[in-house]
Design a protein around this ligand. Structure first.
Ligand SMILES: [Ca+2]
Length: 218
C-alpha cells in the first residue's frame, strides 16, 4: 500500500477535571491537521474534543495539553505496528517537589553589605525526572548538583546565594513532560507561599476512541 494514498484519523477527549482548565492543545509529533472544540460536560467540567487527521505516511501523533498554570499532559498514538495500538501514554502527572532545607542569613541594616544563602532539595520521585531548575524570582546566583538518592531516585540540591537587598527567591523545577514545581522563600518576616503551588492540578488526558486506519482511503 502506498501510504500517501490513504489517511487516518484519531479522536480524543481532554479534560483538566476541577483544575485550572486546559488553555492550549497542540501537536508535538505529527504533521496532520488538528481540530479542537470545547463543550461543558458533567459537573460543569470543560471537555475539549480533539480530532487529528493525517496521511498514513505520518504514523505517529502526540497531543500536548497545557492548563492555566502550565502543567502539561500528553498522549501519544501510533498506527505503525498493529494499526490501532496506543504505544506510550505519559503517566507522569506529578509536579517536582521542592523543599527548602536550610537558610542562613546575617543581614545588616545596610542590605548591600551582607548576603544570605538558601539550600533546597528538589526531586521528581518516580517521575520522568527534573530537566531544568531555574529562578523565577530573585537576582542572586543559583548552583545545582544532582545525585542519586535512596531507591535510585535523583535528588537535585540547589544552592541560592543573594544580596540581602534581594530578600525573595522562587525556584522553578520542570520535569521531562513539562510539569512545574516551585518553592518560594523570603528572608522577610512573613514568607508568603507562591499562589500557583496550592492550586496547580494535573492535566488528564483520556484517549477515547481508537484510530481508524485507512478511514479516508482514497
Ligand atoms: Ca513529574
Amino acid at each position: 500500500m502506498n501510504c500517501s494514498e490513504s489517511r487516518w484519523e484519531l479522536s480524543a477527549n481532554l479534560t483538566d477535571g476541577n483544575g485550572t482548565g486546559i488553555q492550549t492543545v497542540s501537536l508535538r509529533v505529527g504533521d496532520g491537521t488538528l481540530d479542537t472544540t470545547t463543550s461543558l460536560g458533567e459537573g460543569g467540567i470543560n471537555i475539549t474534543f480533539a480530532t487529528y487527521n493525517a496521511s498514513c505516511c505520518s504514523p505517529n501523533v502526540e497531543l500536548v495539553a497545557v492548563d492555566a498554570v502550565g502543567n502539561v499532559g500528553t498522549c501519544f498514538h501510533s498506527i505503525r505496528d498493529s494499526g490501532i495500538t496506543v504505544l506510550n501514554q505519559v503517566t507522569d502527572f506529578s509536579r517536582p517537589v521542592c523543599q527548602v532545607e536550610s537558610v542562613s542569613s546575617s543581614c545588616s541594616v545596610n542590605c548591600s553589605e551582607s548576603r544570605w544563602e538558601l539550600s533546597a532539595s528538589l526531586t521528581d520521585g518516580n517521575g520522568t525526572g527534573i530537566q531544568t531548575v531555574s529562578l523565577r524570582l530573585g537576582d542572586g546566583t543559583l548552583d545545582t548538583t544532582t545525585s542519586l538518592g535512596e531507591g535510585g531516585i535523583n535528588i537535585t540540591i540547589a544552592t541560592y546565594n543573594a544580596s540581602c537587598c534581594s530578600p525573595n527567591v522562587e525556584l522553578v523545577a520542570v520535569d521531562a513532560v513539562g510539569n512545574v514545581g516551585t518553592c518560594f522563600h523570603s528572608i522577610r518576616a512573613t514568607p508568603t507561599p507562591a499562589p500557583s503551588s496550592a492550586t496547580a492540578l494535573r492535566v488528564l488526558l483520556l484517549l477515547m476512541s481508537t484510530a481508524l486506519l485507512s478511514a479516508f482511503q482514497a
